[in-house]
Design a protein around this ligand. Structure first.
Ligand code: NAD
Length: 256
């Protein structure tokens, strides 16, 4: 099925920084924002894969100095920053017995502190904007006890709590902060997990059968939700978490 596209321009004039804009959900967000009229800078550790029409800043979100430089460069090039999408993230498998301290710190450094660093660097620009919004890519892992995802779930639980705390701290400054909580999204990330399985085709079929809709979530579906939360249309929405999971978190639908 071809993913539906927007025909509206609700992000006209909006200047956005999207982390992890070179792949998967982030690249779909960049494309969807450009289509709605935004100027977009991807902040990613690679420029390869950033959709045409967007600027690319190369920085690792674990490097505070590099993040600050990239955010300032983006603000200078775009004339300011109205929207930050904290989407860069990495996965981790295992129970608490499986990951050592170094692995915990590595993942939290990207998923949690990366969100903090980029938002902190962009705050002066967001404060100067009259339509400021932050959208964090969280996960249903923040809500659901997924087996063998202790570290990843804890990192996304922290992003969820951080979303609420930041929403409260900055609401009187006119900065809205929300998150999207995707289910299983058809991105290179999931592709890598499937490739590692003994039978990738059977594994994909099993994964699809577990979805209430019978199919994986498209990156575009997540991107449309992010665009809504980033746009002035969501002027009264802050501190919210929007599930984009095909019903996975809330529905109990038996596989056929
Ligand atoms: P992906 O691997 O396809 O893309 C991730 C992007 O983030 C890549 O471009 C990568 O270069 C960038 N990145 C990773 N670490 C970085 C760092 N330290 N500094 C800068 N950039 C970095 O993954 P995706 O599936 O598109 O996931 C994007 C986000 O969505 C992540 O936060 C992930 O936790 C979340 N998410 C994904 C799924 C899913 O099923 N794919 C589900 C729920 C949530």
């Amino acid at each position: 099925m071809t993913a539906p596209t927007s025909t509206t321009r609700e992000l006209d004039g909006v200047r956005a920084v999207v982390t992890g804009g070179a792949s998967g959900i982030g690249a779909a967000i960049v494309t969807a924002m450009l289509a709605r009229g935004a100027a977009v800078t991807s902040l990613d550790r690679t420029p390869d894969g950033v959709p045409d029409g967007a600027r690319a800043e190369v920085a690792d979100v674990t490097d505070d100095a590099a993040v600050r430089a990239a955010v300032e460069s983006a603000a200078a090039a775009m004339g300011g920053i109205d929207v930050v999408v904290n989407n860069a993230g990495i996965g981790a498998q295992g129970t608490v017995a499986d990951n050592d301290d170094a692995e915990w710190l590595r993942v939290l450094d990207v998923n949690v502190l990366g969100t903090v660093r980029v938002t902190r660097a962009a705050l002066p620009h967001l404060r100067a904007s009259d339509r400021a919004a932050v959208v964090n890519t969280c996960s249903i892992a923040a809500w659901t006890g997924l087996p063998s995802r202790a570290l990843y779930s804890a990192s996304k639980g922290a992003v969820q709590a951080l979303t609420l705390a930041m929403a409260a701290d900055h609401v009187r400054e006119g900065i809205r902060v929300n998150c999207v909580n995707p289910g299983t999204v058809d991105t290179p990330w999931v592709g890598r997990l499937l490739d590692a399985a003994d039978d990738p085709v059977a594994e994909r079929a099993a994964l699809e059968a577990r979805q209430p809709t019978g199919r994986l979530v498209s990156p575009e579906a997540v991107a449309h939700a992010v665009c809504y939360l980033a746009s002035p249309l969501a002027e009264a929405t802050t501190g919210a978490a929007l599930a984009v999971d095909g019903g996975m978190h809330t529905l109990r639908v038996r596989p056929p």
